[in-house]
Structures are given as C-alpha cells and as structure tokens.
Design a protein around this ligand. Structure first.
Ligand SMILES: [Ca+2]
Length: 277
C-alpha cells in the first residue's frame, strides 16, 4: 500500500455484520506503511474499536495477515512468509460468536490529512485450521549460546546480550554508521519459538527501531516482529509472541534516537526443540 499516512491500514476485518455499522464481534488485523502490523478490536460490543496493539518490523508489501477466533477471543497475526507468525494481539471481543462476516479492508486513516490511500491485495482469503501451540512450557533457549554480530564497539561484545543479565551494562553495541547492523544467536537446534524478549539500553527517553527475524539455516530470514517507536525502551523490554520455527534468531538494528549505535542488553528466546524429521 502507499504511504498516505503512517497508520494507513490494509488487512482483514471481521464483525457480526459488516454491512451494518455498530455491530458486535468487531476486530481487524492490518499492515501499515510505517508502524508494522496493528491489531484492533472492540471489547465492549458497541461496534467501535477500543483496544489496539502494534508490532513493528513488518512493512507493507509481501505480508500475510491472519485473524483467529476461539469462542469470543480473537487473535490477529502477521507473517512475511505464511509459515512463521507474529501474534500481534489477542482479546475478548464482545458479541463474537456463531458465523461472522470477514472481509478485506483498507483505510487511509485520514482524519487529519484528508489523503486517500491505495492498497493492492493478492492471494485472496483462505480459511485455515488452528495451528497455535501451547508455549507456556517453553524454556529459555538462547542463554550463552553462540552469538555473532555485523560489528561491535570495543568492549561491547555480542556475548553481553545473552549472558543472563538484563542490566544496562554490559551491553552489545553495534555501529549504525552505515544504516543498519545486526546481532544473532544460534540456538543450536531448530526450535518451535513462542516468544522473544528484546531489551535495549534503557535511559527513559531514547527509543530504538529494529526488526526481529528467525531462520532455519542462517541464510533465509522471516520477520517475527520488531519495534518502530516512538516509545522509549523500557526495563521490561519488548516481548514478541510468535508461532515460528527457527534455529537462528536475529535482531536487525535500524535506529536509535540517542546516537548512531544500536544496543542490546539482553535477548531471551523461549522455545522447545523440534525433533528432526
Ligand atoms: Ca546482558
């Protein structure tokens, strides 16, 4: 889609009656030009969206969006390859029950700009069975596993970002002088990955932009999430919920509002090793 506004949206929408405004069971999952994927839903059943969560890293283009429903709980997910997903958000959608209408939608989100947006859809809509997995028993798989980075500042090695300490120091620092950098960990085996927490350097004001990726072979990468600010990095870090299989997890650093270096204090990957087939 074009970039009419940073939060223009294109994706899937569901409600109990799409032909009538103000009906219950209303939720949508969309990709935006500048803020990755956004999941919105109506919790109180008045037909107006009142909850929203966003996950960076995804860019409008070759993105799949998915809406799932289990009773009245609806979940929005995004994927760059149709196999590995980021679970953008989930919530109880009042009135969602029985059969619902689902459709494609685009919105310029143009209350202030008045601009129009153009979105191109491909691939159509398919119904799929539930592939979600209970990841509550997943273990930390990344602790002190082998790490590499595109480059590192002196005394700021990649090993600082999976040493088990979330504190600001020590940290890994990679120069952004040439636009981007990356840090990656080798889990040692393919894992079903349910979540990844990324903690940057936290000073209460700066925010970071990055993309989270996963790979089976260290060569082909799928997007699993990320952050496109503007929200200061927090001690809690960013937890990205995923339905993915990966042996390698990579953080591609794209920006830092404080200086031209990207910092990671700790990356925690939770998963369960997948038996070889
Ligand atoms: Ca650390």
């Amino acid at each position: 889609m074009d970039g009419a506004s940073p939060y223009s949206r294109a994706g899937l929408v569901a409600s109990n009656d799409l032909a009538k405004a103000g009906t219950g069971g209303y939720a949508n999952i969309a990709v935006t030009p500048e803020h990755g994927c956004v999941f919105s839903y109506d919790a109180d059943g008045d037909g107006r969206l009142d909850h929203v969560t966003e996950v960076g890293g995804f860019t409008a283009g070759d993105v799949r969006v998915r809406l799932g429903r289990d009773g009245d709980r609806m979940t929005g997910s995004c994927s760059s390859d149709g196999e590995n997903w980021n679970v953008v958000g989930s919530g109880k959608v009042s009135g969602a029950s029985g059969s619902q209408d689902v459709g494609m939608f685009a919105s310029a989100v143009n209350r202030h700009t008045g601009q129009e947006a153009i979105a191109v859809f491909g691939g159509g809509i398919t119904a799929a069975s539930d592939t979600s997995r209970d990841g509550s028993g997943d273990q930390l798989q990344s602790l002190r596993k082998p790490v590499t980075a595109l480059s590192s500042e002196s005394g700021r090695p990649p090993e600082a970002a999976n040493d088990g300490s979330r504190a600001n120091s020590p940290y890994w620092g990679g120069q952004l002088t040439y636009g981007e950098t990356w840090w990656r960990v080798d889990l040692g085996a393919v894992n079903a990955v349910s979540r990844v927490n990324v903690r940057n350097y936290v000073d209460g004001t700066r925010y970071y932009t990055y993309r989270l990726e996963g790979s089976l072979d260290g060569e082909h990468w799928s997007t699993l999430g990320g952050r496109n600010g503007p929200a200061p990095a927090t001690d809690a870090g960013d937890t990205m919920n995923t339905e993915a299989k990966a042996r390698y997890i990579r953080v591609v650093g794209l920006g830092n509002t404080a200086n031209f270096t990207f910092h990671l204090t700790e990356v925690s990957v939770y998963g369960t090793p997948v038996a070889k087939t």
